[in-house]
Design a protein around this ligand. Sequence first.
Ligand SMILES: *Cc1c(COP(=O)(O)O)cnc(C)c1O
Length: 357
Amino acid sequence: MNSPYIAINTKKIQENTRYIVDLAKKNGVEIYGVGKASCADIKVAQAMLKGGVKGLADSRISNIKKLKENIEEDIPLMLLRIPMLSEVKKVVKFADISLNSEIKVIEQLNKAAKNLNKNHKIILMVDVGDRREGIMPDKVLDTVSQIINFDKIELIGLGTNLACFGGVIPTYKNLKILIDLKTEIYNKFKFNLNIISGGNSSSLPLLKDNGFPEGVNQLRVGETILLGNNVLNRERFFEAHQDTFFLSAEIVELKIKPAQPKGERAENAFGEKKVITKTGLRKRAILAVGRQDIDIAGLTPLLAGLEIEDGSSDHLIVDVTNSEKELKIGDSIKFNMNYGALLKAFTSKYVDKIYIT
Ligand SMILES: *Cc1c(COP(=O)(O)O)cnc(C)c1O
């Protein structure tokens, strides 16, 4: 393997999935596994499948295509991001289900489905308060009355997304809006929506502690499966593993230097004016990894006593003065990654991957 690399513990990801799938099943809820932070890595997807997810979901159609071409099991694939008008054909071709909120897009999905002689399933997204995607609740009946005219579109349910833009916490009350809308749709149009998709990882604490309103029967879960976090506070989600991934990077320089720069100072390479409070001599390591590969703020060294100073495109500077272990050139340092750092590390083509099974 090449350095830097991400180590991926597929066994722990599978165990996290099983834990969440079982918790959900007890409450009549099915789980779609979301692997967008791992760029639809196939081994991660397979771990989710072994853990019992009903289907796989991703926000990008290129990732959905990758899953369709590489996963042998015949499982449903769901596109999470509202489709672009320019990609409707691919959406119908590769995704079984898409989340939607724009009638113009749904109309074009219908056309594309006609051309491909296929049906396409959609979940209509409703904004119950977080203010990212979704139509407002008072527009749902009107939108449904338009959707039912599209003969190749199958409206299978309503969904919502919370704790993404506004940080709004999923509650019994805001999820109940979906259930009430389902009832209104039944009363007006005389058909039953089978799916009520109650959000992402942020809905799991409510599910575990209080339960959902009767009828919420699906969640789309990424972060809690991948990183074991309760995403409302980033603490451990009950028994889920948090040590599922680490990043490893190699030391290329190790020197004792004055902490304070010397000379007249302006902005650094990223347009920032850095305040440096440390003084005296420090032992500093330069690692061969940088902002092109990682989100520096999202890294936590696994070795005690290390402090990340900063980094540039290809370098990460770590103060190792108080390192618990004696370090030398060529040693690798391991880091925990938060969701943003994981996303970036997977996206960088310069970061290798190894699997721990
Ligand atoms: C990313 C995403 C999810 C999964 O979110 P997590 O917080 O990782 O569980 C679910 N639904 C939609 C619409 C998403 O974009």
